[in-house]
Every structure is written in structure tokens, then in C-alpha cells.
Design a protein around this ligand. Structure first.
Ligand SMILES: [Zn+2]
Length: 133
């Protein structure tokens, strides 16, 4: 387990200013957590809306054949949206677990700090820019 607090204390005991590294100051984990939780709620709501549409709770399948074709094409779009939302939900849950484990700011592949700007743009990434490419 990392002990950044202890290193900070040692610095303080020697009477030295020991500012936190930029990449740590640049990411407010509680803000990120709130963002991820809000996004997760939004996705869950959208997924249940999509489910209701697919089950035709709001609109019965038309008796008209060409209208049915349009409706089935629409179903394919909804299904795709559902898959994307589900994939994003998995990523968000993983990111929340990484925050809890204290691993959020480091690349899961090489251990280097992830650029705060990258985390801001893609909050559920677990790779630094060079490992992601
Ligand atoms: Zn990396």
C-alpha cells in the first residue's frame, strides 16, 4: 500500500515545503467520483427507458408492414444504444473501484501518472496516453 501521507509528514517534520505533484493536485477525486456517479445514474435511466421501448410498453407494433420495418430499424438503434450504455456502465464501475483502491491516477498498464487533462476528458480511462495508443 502507498503511504503518501507519511512521506508528507516526514517532509513537514524537516520543516520543508513539500507541494503535492501537479498531477495529484489537478484531479479532485471527490469531484470525479460525483461525476461518475451522476453519469452512471443517467445511463441506468436511459437503459431502462430503452428496455421499455424494446418491450413495446409505449407503442405497440404497427399492423402496417412498412411501418413495422421502420419500427424494427428503430429497435436496432435502441439495442445499439443499450449495448454502448452497458459498456460505459462497466467502465464507470471499474473507475469507481479504482478511485476506492487509490489507483485512479496511475496507469493500469505501466504505473505512470495519467495526465489530469486526459482523466478530465475520459474520466473512466485506466491507461495513460501512450499505453492507450
Ligand atoms: Zn501507461
Amino acid at each position: 500500500m502507498r503511504a503518501p501521507g507519511r512521506a508528507w509528514q516526514r517532509g513537514a517534520q524537516r520543516g520543508q515545503e513539500r507541494p503535492r505533484p501537479t498531477w495529484e493536485r489537478g484531479v479532485e477525486l471527490e469531484t470525479v467520483r460525483k461525476r461518475l456517479l451522476a453519469r452512471r445514474e443517467e445511463l441506468a435511466r436511459r437503459a431502462s427507458d430503452t428496455g421499455a421501448d424494446l418491450r413495446r410498453e409505449n407503442e405497440p407494433l404497427s399492423a402496417d408492414f412498412s411501418e413495422q420495418v421502420v419500427q424494427r430499424e428503430n429497435d436496432d438503434v435502441l439495442r445499439g444504444l443499450g449495448d454502448a450504455a452497458r459498456g460505459e456502465l462497466v467502465s464507470i464501475n471499474r473507475a469507481l473501484a479504482r478511485i476506492d483502491a487509490g489507483e485512479y491516477l496511475r496507469c493500469a498498464a505501466c504505473g505512470a501518472p495519467i495526465d489530469p487533462r486526459r482523466l478530465d476528458a475520459v474520466p473512466y480511462t485506466d491507461r495513460c496516453a501512450s499505453c492507450a495508443h
